[in-house]
Design a protein around this ligand. Structure first.
Ligand SMILES: CC(C)(COP(=O)(O)OP(=O)(O)OC[C@H]1O[C@@H](n2cnc3c(N)ncnc32)[C@H](O)[C@@H]1OP(=O)(O)O)[C@@H](O)C(=O)NCCC(=O)NCCS
Length: 260
């Protein structure tokens, strides 16, 4: 068993107020990753209604990563909401025509860009995310916040305008989490690590899957690499051949660093 089917709409039995969002959204300008869920007190179809001012002719995107948790009444304010702010009036004369259609000739409404939500981001009840904002991996958005600026990885922000309340972990631990990017692992490895992911010792996660055998192989790699250097054999291709048979280079590098 490797967790729920990511391609179904309702992962909880007999409960239709929580959905895997990517299987619900219809708008091609809303892109959602696997296992990201949305819950709604009334109806999960409310999600797209809460992506406000999202017009096809503007073409801006709401991009949400994997394993995010989006609470009821979370709203996204897209670029279609913008009026001119540096003109004498913000009133949108042009849309009413009848002699006012020229009001916007040679001008355009402010565009702040797409909204980008990373992976493993938790957005609390009734939070509002403004156009152009990027919320990085592992962040938490507190209940009722209005997010107007980018949010750093693994930070908790709250209030209106949302300000950083605290970091979730030390800088060192955050760097490691951003390096392993567990949300990109295959589902078998995530499942094997469920206990570790819900604990808080990052070192257990790195070693868990390959345990003793993997550490041994990594140790052999270090030895081969040193021998390679002694005999002036190109170290890099030598190491790479071994690395590809075990794990990605990034993860191998991390483990070698730990072993040294
Ligand atoms: C953000 C949150 C996770 C913080 O929880 P916590 O780590 O236990 O933090 P605390 O309650 O100790 O609060 C820490 C600080 O954040 C502030 N804070 C907490 N929630 C806040 C909010 N919604 N807006 C602004 N500030 C908030 C507190 O005032 C406190 O400030 P202080 O350090 O100056 O005293 C929690 O408050 C929250 O909003 N959870 C979301 C719940 C939710 O909406 N769930 C939806 C269903 S999934």
């Amino acid at each position: 068993m490797t967790g729920p089917n990511k391609d179904i709409k309702f992962p909880l039995d007999n409960y239709d107020r929580l959905c895997f969002l990517k299987n619900v959204v219809k708008n091609p300008n809303i892109i959602v990753g696997d296992f990201t869920y949305y819950d709604d007190f009334e109806n999960i179809e409310n999600f797209e209604k809460n992506v406000k001012y999202h017009f096809d002719f503007v073409g801006d995107k709401l991009i949400i990563g994997k394993f995010c948790m989006i609470a009821s009444d979370v709203k996204f304010i897209m670029n279609g909401a913008n009026h001119l702010t540096d003109a004498l009036t913000t009133y949108p004369f042009a849309i009413f025509g009848n002699g006012w259609e020229n009001a916007m000739v040679g001008k355009s409404y402010p565009q702040k860009g797409d909204i980008n939500i990373g992976n493993d981001v938790w957005i609390g009840y009734n939070a509002t995310i403004m156009a152009g904002v990027t919320i990085e991996d592992g962040a938490i958005i507190a209940t009722n916040s209005t997010v107007i600026k980018d949010v750093k990885p693994y930070s908790i922000v709250g209030g209106n305008p949302a300000k950083e309340i605290k970091k979730r972990f030390s800088e060192d631990k955050i760097a490691k989490l951003l390096e392993i990017k567990w949300w990109n692992w295959d589902i078998e490895r995530i499942t094997e690590n469920i206990q570790n992911l819900t604990d808080n010792d990052i070192d257990n996660i790195v070693y868990c899957r390959r345990s003793v055998g993997f550490k041994f192989f990594a140790l052999i790699q270090v030895r081969c690499s040193l021998i390679g250097r002694c005999f002036e054999i190109g170290n890099k291709p030598y190491r790479r051949t071994l690395a590809t048979s075990v794990e990605t280079d990034d993860q191998t590098d991390m483990i070698l660093t730990k072993l040294k």
